[in-house]
Design a protein around this ligand. Sequence first.
Ligand code: PMP
Length: 444
Amino acid sequence: MSHVFPRQITAPPVKAVSAKGCYFTDEAGKQYLDGSGGAAVSCLGHGDPEIIKAIQDQVAKLAFAHTGFFTSDPAEELADLLIKYAPGDLDRVYFVSGGSEAVEAALKLARQFHIENGEPQRKHLIARRQSYHGNTLGALATGGNAWRRAQFEPILVDVSHIAPCYEYVDRAEGESAEDYGLRAAQELEDEILRLGADQVMAFVAEPVVGATMGAVPAITGYYKRIREICDTYGVLLILDEVMCGMGRTGHLFACDADGISPDILCIAKGLGAGYQPIGAMLCTKQVYDTIGAGSGFFQHGHTYLGHPTACAAGLAVVNAMFDRDLIANVNTRSEQLMTALREAFGQHPHVGDIRGRGLFLGLEFVEDRDSKTPFDPILKTAATFKKAAFEAGLICYPMSGTRDGQLGDHVLLAPPFIITEDQIGELVGKLQAAATAIPHLAGH
Ligand code: PMP
């Protein structure tokens, strides 16, 4: 009998025993193609000898040193490397152990920045309804996913949620993409003015929405307008690239494609590529210097901040991305995967939208394509699809609650950057097998 506390208590998971390249092997010897990198984590694939060696070397040299006393070579080098490629004025890196921790640090930094900048009244946070920013209480309060929040609602801080930029569902008939993007962004200004022009501390958003919408990028121009609004009202822009960052969308940082840069940026998942738990919060010189010149102390911290072994893994991962030109591969494979998905599902009566950027693509399932009506949640389409894909030997990431009111189902694809063209064919074949195995998707 297992004493591990599984995610799904009623259905304990299969035991994985090894993984190499793009495949997992379970204890029965069955292989699974990793079509989603877990949840957009394993960007280099599994068992990469270079990353393993970097970790082994670091463990032998300096496995851990508390940041209350020390910095370390891997933390310094990784911070330099990230800042070299980071957009805008991002200048400092705060290393944590994952995505939720990066978001928590960002929220507290934003609050402390305003206090030390002489505006202690700024305490309201605005985020978007279809968003996920983590499962710790602050990050959970920030995210808008109603199902994840529901039972914790009474103990969550108050956050305003506006609509995301969700063209497939929200663009009105006859409305141009540009007009729709501006209309969606306008909700931010309206909410800032409703709360009070000098009351808001930050706006938090994912450049390409992952875990609640299945790879939805914003319309061109949306983030430019968001940036303008934040600047006008002195609101910090926090971009959560925990899932979509680190090359996943074909740029090292997802916001590069939107032509803007945030005041604070959160990354995780692909940074450690699954080899070590690591995340990071990047902030601008202005934010950093304000606290430096004020209290001189960011009132936050965890035991494993700047963990040398985790940083060594992150450093090896980012170096590998550049040395092996993997982001170029993301763009090549993205086109192939998108083409294959369109061929397989472009006419499918229950696939309403195929979308995304880079190797961060999603399918949205609908009951009716013309009206874009989602399936009844009782059918648990996304969860059923995950199960059918797993049976077919494919790991993909399902999500329900794509629309307001917990409606909508999608599946997210985020394969390793090293995926080959043949493996893309295999991935799409397995998606088709899964769709065929589900009566209400197969249409029989
Ligand atoms: N932000 C985003 C955008 C995420 O997708 C996730 C994880 N899915 C998180 C934050 C939380 O990251 P973690 O699970 O590493 O705490």
